[in-house]
Design a protein around this ligand. Structure first.
Ligand code: SF4
Ligand code: SF4
Length: 121
């Protein structure tokens, strides 16, 4: 079961997780073309080796340790993580569309500071 990034990453995007991931499965990173346009970062579900290194470095507790652990309010973002592929414009657009819909559907979360969102999941 891969790890999953959820909505506290929106507006944070500090890439601390990218720096510690041993298999480079979190994208887009700061040096990548899609970084500026991405609303959040995504974990490739087949490349993640479930090592757990990304969880403690995330300043906003955005990362869940399995698909099953992702709470109901964040389930759509599991799909966004699953379909994003770095450097593929269509996959980026599809993932971002899910994120935009999530933002519109959850003003109660988006109106909170990123540091407070996970507790409200
Ligand atoms: S659990 Fe490990 S392999 Fe998976 S995204 Fe986090 S740091 Fe990378
Ligand atoms: S460490 Fe957390 S907030 Fe920072 S980019 Fe990774 S998931 Fe997003």
């Amino acid at each position: 079961m891969p790890f999953v990034i959820t909505d506290p990453c929106i507006g944070t995007k500090d890439t601390a997780c990218v720096d510690v991931c041993p298999v480079d499965c979190i994208h887009p990173g700061k040096g990548e073309a899609e970084f500026a346009a991405a609303s959040m970062l995504y974990i490739h579900p087949e490349e993640c080796i479930d090592c757990g290194a990304c969880v403690p470095v995330c300043p906003v507790t955005a990362i869940y340790d399995s698909v099953d652990a992702v709470p109901g309010s964040q389930k759509a973002l599991t799909e966004a993580n699953a379909i994003y592929r770095n450097g593929h414009a269509e996959a980026m657009a599809a993932a971002e569309a899910i994120v935009k819909a999530h933002i519109e559907a959850h003003p109660e979360l988006m109106n909170l500071a990123p540091t407070d969102r996970q507790a409200a999941h």
